[in-house]
Design a protein around this ligand. Structure first.
Ligand SMILES: Cc1ncc(COP(=O)(O)O)c(C=O)c1O
Length: 465
């Protein structure tokens, strides 16, 4: 009998012939037909035509509920009328200038007012540049050169953090001293020498490694929710305490969590004040954006009026781009407490319901996420503590689940289910119906997904009582 993946691929191919043709054409001019690896999936990506609110339509005319939202920026959904109006109004005045605009002051004021740690900001054009600048600032401020990052976590596309992002399980090394695994060829040994890899949600080993390296360590950079492994039992507190004691700067990579978990990002959500925060995504309201900020003292490293040591330059052509700033300001103005409460409860509701469907079908796995930011499902494991656990999830089932849902009008990719405030309860219900149908097919497919020990125990207990 045909396996589920093969039958889902056939169904996908029937529904997306124009995307298939475009992918084939792309392969003649883009490496492997691709220019953004995040959007690639097998057998080939869906080419987008247009989107509105929570719905996205592909070039074949298939409409789907969008649970990706361009990997995070579109917290209000597509083409929110206020954002579109702000962009149009800016375009009436011109798209970009070789001069600053008042917009950059307004957006910087908004960041300073919402963040626990930011008193001064610099803008750049992507989250990757923001983490790069955060690292440069930490090195310049402390006069130290090493940077610690967490195993299994993506902090952007630059050499200093493209280490141990998705290391194969066999390459991890011990949790006492995780290996530094370059993400690709081309990362020089000289860069690796200055990187320390820490285990996530493992306070004993992370604290020990920070202490052992404190004299050389400029910063620890952390995505406060791991990838996605919600912080446990005081892990962020332990990081804050140790970095503070050892004179190491704590950088929160808030590129995805900033303005998503709360107005004040993960800093507010978890009540931790880092030294530096890096932003992107939502801050630009759907347009290319990055920013990093910190205290006045740290940010003085960028001050071009300073008469001290040569400041860090921040010269990007697209820094503080007026269209981005206008879209970002319009987006942030819409993010009220009520919007956050709805977004966070939709995420929790979705995870709870999907978990209960999986339990009913006796599929081993767990749902994972924080607020509206979800990995959604890790198959075949029962612990999302860290990358060491979640890298063992069944990648085949993750792909089957995603493709099955894509065929049924629900768009998310393995590991990425990022909600927007435009999602209605009716759309959540439709999503759950499609997910339930696919999970039922998974449960009845061969070979059967293993039954989790936890569910077996629960069943034993309930049948005994
Ligand atoms: C946590 C985190 N940091 C940094 C980045 C890089 O941001 P950008 O894609 O804007 O360069 C991303 C992007 O997904 C991210 O999720």
């Amino acid at each position: 009998m045909e396996d589920l993946w093969t039958s889902f691929v056939k169904e996908f191919e029937r529904k997306t012939p124009v995307s298939a043709k475009l992918f084939n054409r792309a392969s003649h001019v883009l490496p492997g037909g691709n220019t953004r690896v995040t959007v690639f999936f097998k057998p080939y990506p869906i080419y987008a035509k247009r989107a509105q609110g929570s719905l996205i339509t592909d070039v074949d005319g298939n409409e789907r509920i969008d649970l990706i939202n361009n990997f995070g920026p579109l917290i209000l959904g597509h083409n929110h009328p206020r954002v579109v109006a702000a962009v149009k109004a800016q375009l009436e005045n011109g798209e970009a200038f070789g001069s600053p605009t008042e917009l950059e002051i307004k957006l910087a004021e908004t960041i300073c007012a919402s963040s626990k740690c930011v008193e001064r900001v610099v803008f750049c054009a992507s989250g990757s540049e923001a983490t790069l600048k955060a690292i440069r600032a930490a090195r310049a401020f402390t006069g130290k050169k090493k940077v610690a990052k967490f195993e299994g976590v993506y902090n952007g596309s630059n050499d200093f953090v493209e280490v141990s992002v998705k290391p194969p399980a066999a390459s991890l090394g011990s949790p006492e001293s995780p290996n530094r695994v370059p993400d690709s060829v081309g990362i020089p040994d000289g860069v690796l020498d200055d990187i320390l890899v820490l285990p996530w949600n493992d306070p004993v080993n992370a604290v020990k490694l920070i202490n052992e390296n404190k004299s050389e360590l400029a910063a620890v950079i952390a995505n406060p929710v791991g990838r996605i492994n919600p912080p446990r039992n005081g892990f962020l507190e332990a990081l804050r305490e140790t970095t503070e004691k050892t004179g190491v700067l704590l950088v929160f990579d808030e590129v995805i969590t900033g303005f998503r978990l709360a107005r004040g990002g993960a800093q507010e959500y978890y009540g931790i004040k880092p030294d530096i925060a890096a932003y992107g995504k939502i801050l630009g309201g759907g347009y290319p954006c990055g920013a990093m900020g910190a205290s006045k003292e740290i940010m003085s490293m960028f001050d071009p009026t300073s008469s001290g040591q040569s400041p860090i330059p921040n010269p990007g052509t697209y820094n503080g781009h007026p269209v981005t700033l206008a879209a970002g300001l319009a987006t942030l103005q819409e993010l009220t407490d009520d919007v956050y409460s709805r977004l966070n409860s939709s995420g929790e509701y979705l995870r709870k319901k999907v978990q209960s469907i999986m339990n009913d079908f006796e599929i081993e796995g767990i749902t994972s996420g924080v607020g509206s930011y979800n990995a959604l499902v890790y198959f075949g494991i029962n612990d999302d503590r860290s990358y060491r656990e979640t890298c063992k999830s069944d990648k085949y089932l993750e792909s089957v689940f995603s493709l099955g849902c894509i065929n049924r009008g629900i768009f998310f990719l393995p590991g990425y289910c990022i909600l927007s405030a435009s999602l209605t309860q009716a759309e959540v219900n439709k999503t759950l119906d499609a997910m339930s149908e696919v999970l039922q097919l998974i449960a009845s497919s061969e070979p059967k997904p293993a039954q989790p020990a936890r569910i077996k125990q629960e069943r034993k207990r309930s049948s005994a009582s």
